[in-house]
Design a binder for this molecule. Structure first.
Ligand code: PLP
Length: 343
């Protein structure tokens, strides 16, 4: 199987697996006072430092969670948030109002640059890189606007690590381990010094009282190891090679005119619905995702594509460190065969 769905989840990096294995077989509760407990606490602390180093953040501001969904919920479930119309559903559900994007999926900032436009909001939440189209948001400009308005800025950066440098000027940043070679079920909320979001999970003293519940020690250690292993970014060459081949086959790229992370292309074909193309490619041995949600068996364009005014549905091809030139060529040829069959 050729795996081109890295934005859904990435394979566990061998270095992360190796770091995790010892913690799966030992009784390791970081809040136990005995030797194994203290060793577990030290391992969690080391991982906190690794995640902080990757994000350019202070380690005291790194709080481990069960993933990006929990990190997003911790911040956004309180207060009144303006969120972009193309957010991940775990952010979208908390939006009081929605910030529009243009046809390329780029945020329309002028409406919130007007004095008083952010009055009454707790803050603004915008993802750094869109998981469907890869379009990158202008976080520095947003940070200037939110700071001037005196409201908070939350950035879901789940799709950034390993794709683009992760230097985010925000009050809260969300990370998800399994998007960058760590295990699933672990993430982090980065909190600017001086801020303390109200805990979502209360009870025990873990994460300095900010997130109760025994740590997933192996998971946290794996996330730290994956964070430490990130070097550089994915080169856009393979994505561009694939994208050009798909355009030659009649594909239309969603957000193709915007600045994007270098591993993602989201392409629609007039001749075939995205959900059907995903299934046909699966039979051809190529794993990709539709930028569409299926409700009662009828495929609908995703909220992201609808917000962009993109006509029809689209398939997301997302590449990773392990992707080869041969793989993208085989994938493009498979799309060509499928399209030939439907004409
Ligand atoms: N935010 C974005 C941008 C994502 O792409 C995802 C993954 O699907 C999530 C949040 C949810 O991440 P997790 O699976 O860690 O809850």
């Amino acid at each position: 199987m050729i795996y081109l769905d890295y934005n859904a989840t990435t394979p566990l990096r061998p270095v992360a697996l190796a770091a995790m294995l010892p913690w799966l077989g030992v009784p390791a509760n970081p809040f136990s006072q005995h030797t194994p407990g203290r060793a577990a606490a030290a391992a969690v602390d080391r991982a906190r430092g690794q995640v902080a180093a990757m994000a350019g953040w202070r380690r005291e501001g790194v709080y481990f969670t069960s993933g990006a969904t929990e990190a997003n919920t911790t911040v956004l479930s309180r207060g009144r948030w303006l969120v972009s119309a193309v957010e991940h559903p775990s952010v979208l559900v908390w939006g009081a109002d929605f910030l529009a994007v243009d046809v390329e999926g780029q945020l329309l900032l002028p409406p919130i640059a007007v004095a008083g436009a952010l009055d009454g909001y707790t803050g603004v939440s915008v993802m750094l890189a869109n998981n469907e189209t890869g379009v990158i948001a202008p976080i520095a400009e947003l940070a200037a606007l939110t700071r001037r308005a005196g409201v908070l800025l939350h950035v879901d950066a789940s799709q950034a690590p390993g794709r683009i440098p992760l230097l985010v000027d925000a009050d809260f940043v969300t990370l998800s381990s399994h998007k960058f070679g760590g295990p699933q079920g672990v993430g982090a909320l980065l909190v600017r010094p001086g801020l303390t979001p109200e805990p979502l999970l209360r009870g025990g003293p873990q994460e300095r009282g900010q997130r109760a519940g025994t740590h997933n020690v192996a998971g946290v250690v794996g996330m730290g190891a994956a964070a430490a292993a990130i070097s550089g970014t994915v080169h856009p060459y393979l994505r561009d090679r694939l994208e050009h081949a798909l355009i030659d086959l009649g594909g239309r790229v969603a957000g193709g005119g915007a600045e994007r992370i270098p591993n993602t292309t989201c392409v629609g074909f007039d001749r075939i619905d995205a959900a059907d193309l995903v299934m046909a490619l699966d039979l051809e041995g190529v794993a990709v995702s539709a930028g569409s949600a299926c409700s009662s068996g009828s495929p609908e364009p995703s909220h992201v594509l609808r917000a962009m005014g993109f006509s029809g549905s689209a398939v997301r091809f997302s590449l990773g460190a392990g992707t080869t030139e041969a793989e993208v060529d085989i994938a493009a040829a498979a799309v060509g065969r499928v399209l030939q069959r439907v004409t």
